[in-house]
Design a protein around this ligand. Sequence first.
Ligand SMILES: *Cc1c(COP(=O)(O)O)cnc(C)c1O
Length: 418
Amino acid sequence: MPTTSKQLAEDLDRQDSLKTYRNQFYIPSGKKRAEQLYFTGNSLGLQPKSAQTYIQQELDDWKNLGVEGHFHGKNPWFSYHHFFEKEAKVVGANKDEVVVMNNLTVNLHLLLVSFYRPSSKRYKIIMEAGAFPSDMYVIESQVKHHGFDYDDAVIELEPRQGEHHLRTEDIVQAIDEAGDELALLFFSGVQYYTGQYFDIQTLTAAAHKVGAMAGFDCAHAAGNVKLQLHDWQVDFAAWCTYKYMNSGPGGVSGVFIHEKHGNNPDTLRFAGWWGHKESERFLMKRGYIPEPGAAGWQLSNASVITMAAHKASLDMFEEVGMDALVFKGQKLNHFLQQVVIDAQISNSKLAFEIITPEDRGCQLSMLTNENGKSLFDYLTANDVIADWREPNVIRLAPVPFYNSFIDIWEFGELLKKF
Ligand SMILES: *Cc1c(COP(=O)(O)O)cnc(C)c1O
């Protein structure tokens, strides 16, 4: 007996307390359908309709005020980053532990300048094998920059034979084994390929026990799962805002620096004028005095036009809150899983192994068989926007702001007809 039905999808949509938000986004139109079945909010979130108004505001202030916009604009650019203090709630932080600036990969390097300070004895980094490529290149270039050999300095952890994701206990054991040689544990919060949501709290505690730092790339976690970066004692984290946070291509990145480091002016960092003590920023004096908190890592004046799009999105997060988003995200994900299982029962051409463990956010990664690529092409031709990752994984991420249960049901109907 299938556990899903059109009726159930409709009921779930009717009960959905966030259902009106779909209308606040532009859903791209399909070739065959009025609206695509868009399941790649984990890659590029859709555009909030309000983004244009927010950007227009800054264009108008620039047009009408010129440089005066820094102090006399509606949202003065001088202190523009303060509008993003509520981002802290999205990741479970205190407001001065988070700042919004630059792009993600740039920020990872800046954070490693502060938090990867290897010595001849303590220089190793533990990370997951198959990390997102940018993260691999960041770590590779950082260890080389410090004069270490990659194979010696970096310990990449793989799942056990025959398994698709890492077990927490195995990561903890690797941390213990690295012991006082370990400088840094650097992991993603949610793995981009498998969708695994790592046990950040346990991993952080294990790293601290051996005297190492713990940092997380939360690109796939921010706006997707419930994070408590402050309480979990995470040392640093960064994320992009164009995935689950819907802030547009190349959108600005968020950074978390735990207050134990952020409020210590002696924490080493690369500095620029925008991180300087705000009340003296325009005095143009020599001698760097950092703003307390993560704001003291800023280099440049705010990239206001792209940040305006993020502001539009963040205001929606503020309105809804992570609890409601996570609640619906899990329901969508669970429904998707059931739909996939049901489709498989009714169509013997489908063979999926779901490789996303139970600890997850919105994403479901499905390992397919030799039919995988033709299935994916068939879905694409029918306006399902998912993504394909070599060798044969299809990733789908229905997201709570704009996906509906009916989206998922219709996806399942397409599967059955493959
Ligand atoms: C999306 C993503 C990136 C992208 O980095 P950019 O600097 O924003 O281009 C990096 N790391 C991870 C883990 C990602 O998921």
